[in-house]
Structure formats: structure tokens, C-alpha cells
Design a protein around this ligand. Structure first.
Ligand SMILES: [Zn+2]
Length: 385
């Protein structure tokens, strides 16, 4: 059967770093200290960490005592300067080595963010708290079930917490994720096992018993740690559910839930065997937005801004590195759109940035979780018909 989008969206949620932080994912500014400080033997002596730490130590200065570190933006911008301009740093850091270094850094971030994420509650904790999961994203999806699900989400976070929680709560009874990009997983060609297949909500979907799924756009504007890109066949590949990365080889095993174990590694393109690279837009001062996949996401994000009656910003404060996002809103925001900003730590400068977008802004000084508890979802999205 076909599931169709309505012409307009009741609400668009725009999630910033503060949203994932509520879910245990470290803030960008804490990632570099996390990488540099020793944890356990597996992490400390791993090849990936050695490569990244050596680079940081040789090129930047930092002090544990005064808690001063180079920012992640600075490190990525520095590496990208060489890669984008096609020049090497020195005989040790050749262009090839710098590309490997960048990929190693992305993998370490993947490791740190998936390790720190909140895990499901125990049975006893569930009874006390009265809900299934401690994850705020689980809570979001749990509340979404009660609505008409005519909303979409744009997130600047590239961690997988929101995707994993969707799978537990909505799929396939209440919703299907529409990532708004084309994945190799939509084809059933050789080299893909059944587990790799993914239902594309823009094509006819199976008519499952007792299911009434709605397509929900989840636009991960800065990419996702579970997306890979093949530079040979120019296809994006989705590698869901793999959590543990081999910190020595950098390999990412594919997780197969049918026997709760790993199968071969998800590092190579299933179509042509070419090594895949992680599809994220690293936090740099001059973000590279020319990637064809990112271009597609930008197009979809603007479409959603234009069709949204209400926009709710959660844990977002228009950082300087996100000037492109300000431009998307300035160009596409409807005159009658109602804006709500949920953020307990909003500075006056950030408030003014929102007021600059629209005169109709409501500020809610609650955490993401408190706002959901107070019925945010039900008040901005229509009731389930
Ligand atoms: Zn390929």
C-alpha cells in the first residue's frame, strides 16, 4: 500500500545539540577532552586513539589542569584545510594520512557517543518512573504515538539515539522513518542480505497486520554516524544498529539481530567492495555543504520549513558555525508560522536571534524531558483521528 504525506505539516521539530545531551550524548566541547583523557585499556591503547592523540599533541597545545583544549571545530577545520586544498601538512601527514586521520576521528566520536548514550531502564526502574525508557528520544516517540504523527524532524545531531529509539517505539505499527535520501538498502540486489533491506516509505510498503504507519521525515542535516557513502558508485548505505567499533582496525561489524551477533564488517560497499566513508558534515567553521547527499537534505529541510504551521526548536541556539541554518529559516519561514523555543539555558543573544526570525516566538525554559512531560507533543501536533 501507499502511505502519503499531508500537504502541510502540523509541526516541525528542530533539534540541536541540547536535545542529544539530554540523552547522555556528550556536547561537542567535551569530546576532545574525552579522547585525550585515559579511560580503559581497550580505549587507551587502541590504534584509532593513538593516531588521533598523536596528531592533536603534535599540532595543538592543551592543558588538562586549566581544562583548555582545542575545539573539535578547530581540529576538523585544520584537517579540512589540507584536504580541501589538496596539500599535505608534512612528510608524515600526507594527504592520504590526513584523510585516514579524519575518518579515525569520526570513528572515535562514534565510539564515544554510542558508549555514553543512556541505556534502557531495568524493570524496577520502569515501574517507578512509569515509562519504558530513560532515553528522552524514546519518550518523544512514545508521546508521538498519541498524535496524528503529521510532523517532521530536522536535527543537527549525527548520533543514532533518535533512530534507535524510533525503531523500538514506532516501527512498523505507527511509523516509518523517511531519511529523505536514497539508500542502497532500498534495493534488493546481490551483496545485500535481508537484514540490510530497508522499507522506503516513498514507495509501496507491505500491508502489515494491525499496522497503520505514517511516514515521518527525519532530516539529519549534518549526516549521521550510521550512514556511509561509497565514492565509487556514489550511493549512501545505511548501517543501522552497529554499536561497537573495533578501535584497532577501525572496522564496524554489521550487527545481525537474528542471532544477536556480528556478521562481516560494514566497511565495504556491498555493491562494489569499495571502502565506505562515514557520511557526516563534521563541525567546522566553514561547513562543506556541497556533498550531493547533504544538498538533498538541505532541499528537504527547506521544503519542511515552508510547509510547517508551527516550529519547535529544542536545545538549539543558532551557533556561529550554523549560519547556513539561519539562512534556511530566513528564506523559507512562513509569515504565519508560530515558533516555540524549548531551552532552559538560553542566552539573551540567542533569544534575539530567534526574535530576528519572527515576532511570534514563545520561550519555554524547560528541559526537553520536562516539556514532553508537560504535554508539548500533544499541544503542537494534532490528535490521533
Ligand atoms: Zn559502491
Amino acid at each position: 500500500m501507499f502511505i502519503e504525506y499531508q500537504k502541510e505539516r502540523d509541526c516541525l521539530f528542530f533539534l540541536g545539540a541540547g536535545a542529544s545531551y539530554s540523552d547522555g550524548v556528550p556536547l561537542q566541547k567535551d569530546i576532545v577532552p574525552e579522547i585525550l583523557s585515559p579511560k580503559d585499556e581497550e580505549f587507551d591503547n587502541s590504534e584509532l586513539r593513538k593516531i588521533v592523540c598523536a596528531f592533536i599533541t603534535n599540532n595543538f597545545s592543551y592543558s588538562e589542569e586549566s581544562n583548555t583544549y582545542p575545539s573539535l571545530e578547530t581540529i576538523f577545520s585544520y584537517i579540512d584545510y589540507f584536504i580541501d586544498n589538496d596539500v599535505a601538512l608534512c612528510k608524515v601527514y600526507t594527504l592520504e594520512k590526513l584523510r585516514l586521520l579524519k575518518e579515525s576521528l569520526v570513528k572515535l566520536i562514534y565510539f564515544i557517543t554510542s558508549k555514553s548514550a543512556k541505556s534502557p531502564l531495568t524493570k524496577r526502574e520502569r515501574e517507578v518512573k512509569g515509562r519504558e525508557n530513560d532515553s528522552v528520544y524514546s519518550f518523544l516517540w512514545e508521546r508521538a504515538i498519541e498524535t496524528n504523527r503529521n510532523f517532521s524532524i530536522i536535527t543537527t545531531n549525527y548520533d543514532n539515539q533518535i533512530d534507535d529509539a524510533f525503531d523500538r517505539w514506532l516501527y512498523p505499527r505507527h511509523g516509518l522513518i523517511d531519511y529523505c535520501i536514497d539508500f542502497l538498502n532500498y534495493t534488493k540486489e546481490d551483496g545485500l542480505i535481508g537484514f540490510d533491506w530497508w522499507v522506503n516509505p516513498r514507495e509501496p510498503i507491505p500491508d502489515w497486520d494491525n499496522c497503520d504507519p505514517r511516514p515521518i521525515k527525519l532530516i539529519k542535516l549534518h549526516g549521521s554516524l550510521n550512514w556511509k557513502y561509497c565514492n565509487c558508485c556514489s550511493q549512501a548505505v545505511l548501517t543501522p544498529w552497529n554499536k561497537h567499533i573495533d578501535l584497532d582496525t577501525g572496522e564496524l561489524p554489521r550487527f545481525d539481530p537474528s542471532w544477536m551477533g556480528d556478521i562481516d564488517n560494514a566497511e565495504l560497499c556491498p555493491r562494489d567492495g569499495y571502502p565506505l566513508s562515514t557520511l557526516i558534515v563534521p563541525p567546522t567553521h566553514s561547513k562543506i555543504l556541497k556533498h550531493p547527499v547533504v544538498q538533498n537534505l538541505i532541499y528537504e529541510a527547506q521544503l519542511e520549513i515552508r510547509s510547517a504551521k508551527k516550529i519547535v526548536f529544542i536545545g538549539y541556539s543558532f551557533p556561529d558555525a550554523d549560519i547556513h541554518i539561519k539562512a534556511f529559516f530566513a528564506k523559507n519561514l512562513r509569515n504565519d508560522a508560530e515558533l516555540t523555543v524549548v531551552n532552559p539555558y538560553l542566552t539573551e543573544a540567542a533569544r534575539q536571534a530567534y526574535r530576528g526570525l519572527s515576532s511570534k516566538v514563545e520561550f519555554i525554559e524547560d528541559s526537553f524531558e520536562q516539556a514532553l512531560e508537560s504535554g508539548l507533543m500533544e499541544s503542537v501536533v494534532g490528535k490521533n483521528a
